[in-house]
Design a protein around this ligand. Structure first.
Ligand code: IMP
Length: 422
């Protein structure tokens, strides 16, 4: 029988989901993206050439693997076209592998302008978004005014929707944000041209998922961002605008909740976050700088320096609960190779369990000895130094979730598999 595996970030994104999805894709027939948009960044290497994917499911580089973009994704046609062209130029047959839900809300050029204008207006209180228009695109979805991918099939209907949307958004851009507006004819032309090139890939994704299930195929549901960027369960308002947690895999794709077989939470061996917002274990100073350097902590989408800190077991316990994690994958363990001691936040002062964003939080740390030797590329548990094993085991005990995988380097082979996922 096939398995439906959800892979998601259990911190603030950038946990290294891409590598794991890529690795596990060899064992499945399909990969589904279910939320977010081109704010995500997934670095891949094609024939020695580095490619950063933002919208396409990572399975796209595995010939024959069906790739689906679910309704939970906000779709920028221009960005999708760019990614497809890039891959086609490298010889990847994207079009035969990719299916896109007609229910995807389109991320339009005015969403980007609104995102940027809003961030400017927030001044010091800015969210630190990726500036890709993600928030405004989801706002339109919830406000029930989105133009969805399938709306492009009926040109008159699309034209009407676009007029309504532009009337509203241009008013806001001009009168509230005092910035430039969008010309109807130009947006109409651009969207239809892109749409005509992409509409051949439109599909009923819930139906495709059901067909795969009946056939006994296995599918991966590929999350973007991470648990604490979830619009409902994250560090609001410093979050993204979608449900990054496990439930989002169902609502964002049409997979029935009972059909999930395994939920793999990806976590770094420490913590990072990009953009503003609370981060209890953040290290400001030489230790934080060391993590940035050693972990090469710069965003794949915006190139921004990531904020770094120790592993936060309190936050991770919450992540494990909300997502009902079946197993953990600890990535970038090798980044801690040179530290004399390593800290883990095991509690917050005053017994607090959550990060509310208003009150500063003081973590209570437990210290563990570093292993002080390179573990880069180690691919079996028995070869790990005892102190590194102890660190992994301590995380497992604190979270009460089995560690299924440990990643010790960027290459696929630099992975230790401890427990079966399929
Ligand atoms: P937005 O998703 O562009 O609206 O940004 C909202 C918040 O989510 C900001 O703090 C971003 O830095 C963060 N964010 C969005 N996408 C990613 C990602 O792929 N990795 C890490 N952080 C992200």
């Amino acid at each position: 029988m096939g398995k439906n595996i959800v892979i998601l970030g259990s911190q603030w994104g950038d946990e290294g989901k891409g590598k794991i999805v890529d690795l596990l894709t060899e064992r499945v027939q399909g990969v589904v993206r279910f939320q977010g948009g081109h704010n995500a960044g997934h670095t891949l290497v094609v024939d020695g050439k580095k490619t950063v994917l933002h919208l396409l499911p990572s399975g796209i580089l595995h010939p024959g693997v069906s790739c689906m973009i679910g309704n939970g994704v906000v779709l920028s046609l221009a960005e999708l076209q760019k990614e497809i062209t890039l891959l086609e130029d490298s010889g990847v047959a994207v079009r035969s592998q990719l299916k896109i839900s007609g229910a995807c809300p389109l991320l339009m050029p005015y969403h980007v302008a609104l995102d940027l204008a809003r961030e400017t207006k927030r001044g010091m209180r800015l969210i630190g978004t990726t500036g890709r228009g993600i928030g405004p695109a989801y706002e339109d979805k919830v406000a029930r005014r989105s133009i969805r991918f399938a709306d492009l099939l009926d040109v008159d209907h699309f034209s009407e929707l676009l007029k309504e949307n532009l009337e509203y958004h241009n008013f806001m851009l001009k009168n509230y944000f005092m910035t430039s507006t969008f010309d109807y004819a130009a947006v109409y032309e651009e969207t239809l041209t892109l749409g005509n090139n992409l509409l051949s890939m439109i599909a009923d994704v819930p139906q495709l998922i059901a067909t795969h299930r009946r056939r006994g195929d296995s599918l991966l549901f590929e999350g973007a961002q991470g648990t604490f960027l979830d619009i409902d369960h994250g560090t609001y308002p410093y979050v993204t605008s979608s449900n990054t947690t496990a439930g989002g895999a169902c609502t964002g794709s049409g997979l029935g909740p009972r059909y999930i077989n395994y939920i793999l939470g990806i976590t770094k061996a420490y913590t990072t976050r990009v953009g503003s917002g609370p981060f209890p274990t953040e290290l400001i100073g030489p230790l934080g700088d060391a993590l940035v350097e050693l972990g090469q902590e710069f965003g794949a989408t915006t190139g921004r320096r990531r904020r770094c800190g120790w592993f936060d077991a309190v936050a991770m316990r919450r992540a494990s609960e909300i997502n009902s994690l079946s197993g953990l994958c600890i990535t970038k363990l090798d980044v801690l190779d040179t530290f004399d001691t390593i800290q883990i936040a095991v509690a917050y002062e005053e017994g607090r369990q959550t990060i509310d964003g208003r009150t500063p939080i003081k973590p209570i740390y437990e210290e563990m000895p570093g292993w002080k030797t390179s573990i880069v590329g180690i691919d079996s548990w028995s070869k790990l130094p005892e102190k590194a094993k102890a660190y992994v085991k301590r995380i497992e005990n604190l979270l009460e979730v089995p560690v299924a995988m440990v990643s010790t380097g960027p290459d696929r082979r630099n992975t230790i598999e401890l427990a079966p996922i399929f």
